[in-house]
Design a protein around this ligand. Sequence first.
Ligand code: ZN
Length: 280
Amino acid sequence: MLIRRSFIFVVCCSLPLFALRAADDAPAGKKEKPAPTEAADPGITFDWVHVDGPYIAMTFDDGPSAKLTPKLLDLLAQHHIKATFFLIGQNAAENPELVAREAREGHEVANHSWSHPNLAKMSEDGVRGQLRKTDDAIKNGMGKSPTLMRPPYGSITPHQKKWIHQEFGYKVVLWDVDPLDWRRPGPSAVCNRIAKNTRAGSIILAHDIHPGTIEAMPCVFKELEAKGFKFVTVSELIAMQTPIPPKPSPSPKSSPTAKSSGSPKSQPATSISPTPTAQQ
Ligand SMILES: [Zn+2]
C-alpha cells in the first residue's frame, strides 16, 4: 500500500510540481499572500477568502486513504472541526464508505480529479472524463454531487476554469497556506509552517495520505485554536466572504458619503459587491 502510494506520489506529484511551481502553486511554504486580483473570474476561483472574523478552512487532498483517513476523521471529531476533503476519484471509488463517513460527519467532500493528472495539459474531453467519473464516485458515496473542485498541482487554465464552472457548477479552490507536507518534512515542521502562515480567511493545504501529516494535526489544531481561529468548510468560508475595503486613497478630499461601513458583526455577506475581489 505504501509502495503504491509512494509510486502515485512520485509519478503524479513530484515531477509536474516543480515544472508548475510558477503557476498556481503556493509560494514555497513561506510567504503566502492573497493572489493578485484577477477580474477574469471573480467568484469562481478562491485561494483565500476575505472574511470578517477568524475563520479558516483546513483542506485535505488525495484521499481517502483506508489507513489514514479514519484516524484523521477521529481527530477532527475530537476537536469538533469541519474540514474539506478533495478526493481522488479512484480512491473515492475504492472507499465509498469513507466518502460517506466524511459527509456524514459534516465535512465537505470535493473533486480532485480521477487520477491526479495535470489538467492544464489535457484535452477538454480528457478533463471532462476526469471530473465526471470523480463526481459519480463521490455521488455514489455521499448521495450528492460536490460543488467544489481543486485541480491537481493547482494547474488549470483560465478557459478550463470557465467551462468547468459552467458545466459542473464547480468553484475552483486553490490554497494560500502550503506546508509542503508531501515532502514529508516531519510533523513539527508541518505544524510550525501552518501555525505561522495561517491568517483569517486562509485555505490550508494538506494531504491525508502521508502519516506525518496526520501526526502533525493534533499540534496544528491546538496551535490554531489557541490563536482563536475557527474552522469551517471551504463552502462555508466562501459564503462568509465580505468585500475587501478599498485601500485608503491619499487624496485629501474624502467623500462624506463614503463613511466606513460599521463592521457588520458576523453577518455573512452573501451579496458581494460587483467590484472584483482579491480572490482568484
Ligand atoms: Zn493532489
